[in-house]
Design a protein around this ligand. Structure first.
Ligand SMILES: [Zn+2]
Length: 241
C-alpha cells in the first residue's frame, strides 16, 4: 500500500493522523499517510515523533523511501534507537520537527534562486540544516561571493511566489531545457512530473519542499566557492539566521 505524501500538496502541514500499515524487518514504520519528507532530491529526510494513543512517543530519526520489499511508493519512518516498537494497525499522530524542516524548505528554495542567478548546468546539490550547496558545470572561476549574495538577497527581498504545477512526461520530454540538474533525473514514469515555479525566475522539475514566497527564506550569505575538478564549481550558501 502506497503512503500518501501529504507534504507534496501542503509542505506547511506539521502533523497528521495516520495508522501504521507495516513495520519492516529493520524496524522501519510505514504509515498510510504522512507529513514526513523522505530523503531524496538532495533534501534530507524529516525527523520528528509518532505520538501513540496511549501517550507514548516514538522518536523518528529520519525518513527514507521504501525499498522494493516495502511496496511501491512507500515512505519509511526510521525510529531512533531504543524507541518502543509499535505494531501494524496502531493509530498515531505523525509530527515533524518543524523548525528543522522549515530551514530545509528555506535553503531548498534558495538553491532554486541560486540556479537562476548562476544559469549554468547543475551537476549536484545538497540541502542541509541552515545551509546548502550547488555544483555547477563551469570552467572559469570568476564567481564573486559578495555579488552572488547581493543578487540572492535582492531576489529574496522581491518576495516572488513559489508554486507547484504538473506536466505530462511527454510535455517534459519535449522541453528538455527545463531539466537543469544533470545528476538528478526527474521522476518520470508516473505519467506526470511536478514542476516548481519561482515566479519570473525559475521553473524546473522538483519533488522537494519549498516555502511559498521567496521572502520567507530570509537573508542569506554565500560562504564558499570551491573548485571541484577542472570544470566544476561548488557554491555554498547559508541562512543568516
Ligand atoms: Zn526544489
Amino acid at each position: 500500500m502506497a503512503t500518501e505524501p501529504l507534504f507534496r500538496s501542503d509542505p506547511y502541514a506539521r502533523s497528521c493522523d495516520a495508522h501504521i500499515v507495516a513495520v519492516n524487518d529493520r524496524g522501519g514504520i510505514i504509515l498510510d499517510r504522512t507529513v514526513f519528507y523522505p530523503t531524496g532530491g538532495g533534501q534530507p529526510g524529516d525527523s520528528g515523533v509518532l505520538k501513540r494513543a496511549n501517550g507514548g512517543e516514538i522518536a523518528i530519526a529520519t525518513t527514507v523511501k521504501g525499498g522494493p520489499e516495502d511496496g511501491a511508493d512507500t515512505i519509511v519512518h526510521v525510529p531512533a534507537e531504543d524507541s518502543p516498537a509499535p505494531a501494524a494497525g496502531d493509530r498515531v499522530t505523525a509530527q515533524i520537527d518543524w523548525e528543522r524542516r522549515h530551514r530545509h524548505m528555506r535553503v531548498h528554495t534558495c538553491l532554486h534562486l541560486l540556479s537562476a542567478v548562476l544559469p549554468y548546468p547543475v551537476t549536484g546539490g545538497q540541502v542541509g540544516d541552515g545551509k546548502g550547496r550547488l555544483d555547477f558545470d563551469i570552467p572559469e572561476a570568476g564567481l564573486d561571493k559578495d555579488a552572488i549574495s547581493a543578487e540572492l538577497n535582492r531576489l529574496i527581498g522581491e518576495d516572488h511566489a513559489v508554486a507547484a504545477e504538473w506536466i505530462s512526461d511527454d510535455e517534459l520530454a519535449a522541453q528538455p531545457e527545463l531539466v537543469k540538474t544533470m545528476s538528478v533525473q526527474p521522476p518520470t514514469g508516473a505519467g506526470r512530473v511536478r514542476l516548481i515555479r519561482v515566479e519570473g525566475l525559475d521553473l524546473q522539475p522538483c519533488g522537494g519542499t519549498h516555502v511559498a514566497q521567496t521572502g520567507e527564506i530570509g537573508a542569506v550569505t554565500v560562504t564558499k566557492i570551491e573548485k571541484k575538478g577542472r570544470q566544476n564549481r561548488r557554491v555554498s550558501v547559508s541562512l543568516n539566521e
